[in-house]
Design a protein around this ligand. Structure first.
Ligand SMILES: [Zn+2]
Length: 273
């Protein structure tokens, strides 16, 4: 393969690696965030349950005070009994006392139910607290691992970027200018493969076909050629096939290719958008 084309292929590979690392670096913080969501939800469930228990305790105390009030009321009503004059009045006070007694029984039953519920809730609260502990541990572990990964990948990316910038100095300035223009304009792909087999002669990026002559030249790998449709540099990744095709081509002159000759600066932009 043409040395300059090899360099361009390598430059694209280096940029691909930088993009791969960038994508990972973008995903990793969201993975930490996702794990913190599970912890938040476990904490929320525990806190919600604790506040429910608190409300039940409050209700139990209210009922206790209500019982105390009714007991005091009953005692007061009983003191009225010796003072009553008529039979009806006596019956009315007795009914009042009976009423309060029933009320107390009812409240005491409710208190017992609440206390039973509160006893049972201790177990549930312990379980939810355990889940929070587990999630806290899980989150801490994930955070440690992911943060270390972020640091490692960050350094790796920095190193790749440095190497890439250094490597780019080897690239012919005109090729580099075209590469940069296409890289920025076309989904960060400036150097792509020419497809083989069923998709013989198709540009792997824009999925359009180049002429058979261009395909043969690309397979031969001697020249730097661009796709007539998307202007990306095209290369053949299959050197065996390239050899066969170039033999078949028999060294004939090829017309119509979008050529970027290395020596002639005037024709660099030829066939590029
Ligand atoms: Zn193309």
């Amino acid at each position: 393969m043409n040395e300059n084309l090899k360099i361009l292929v390598q430059l694209q590979k280096m940029d691909d690696e930088i993009m791969r690392l960038s994508a990972l670096l973008e995903i990793l913080p969201s993975e930490i965030e996702q794990s913190s969501e599970s912890l938040k939800s476990a904490k929320g469930e525990h806190e919600g349950f604790v506040s429910e228990v608190k409300d039940k305790n409050k209700l139990r105390l209210e009922k206790e005070r209500e019982v105390e009030g009714k007991i005091a009321g009953m005692a007061k009503a009983k003191t009225k009994l010796p003072e009553v004059k008529t039979n009806d009045e006596y019956k009315a006070v007795l009914a009042e006392i009976e009423n309060m007694k029933n009320g107390i029984n009812q409240l005491e039953e409710e208190q017992i139910n609440l206390m039973e519920e509160l006893d049972e809730s201790k177990e549930q609260e312990g379980r939810l607290k355990g889940v929070v502990g587990e999630e806290e541990k899980k989150f801490a572990d994930i955070k440690t691992v992911k943060e270390a990964e972020i640091e490692k990948l960050g350094k790796e990316k920095e190193e790749c970027q440095k190497n890439r910038n250094e490597f780019a100095k080897q690239v012919d300035p005109q090729h580099l200018a075209h590469y940069t223009k296409i890289f920025l304009a076309r989904e960060k792909k400036a150097v792509v493969e020419l497809l083989g087999e069923e998709k013989e002669g198709f540009c792997s990026a824009c999925r359009q076909r180049v002429t058979p002559q261009i395909a043969v030249e690309i397979r031969a790998g001697a020249k730097i050629l661009t796709c007539p449709h998307c202007s990306r540099f095209l290369y053949s990744p299959d050197p065996k096939k390239a050899q066969n095709d170039s033999m078949k081509a028999g060294g004939q002159a090829v017309a119509g290719a979008q050529s970027v000759p290395e020596e002639s600066p005037d024709t660099t932009e030829h066939g590029t958008p």
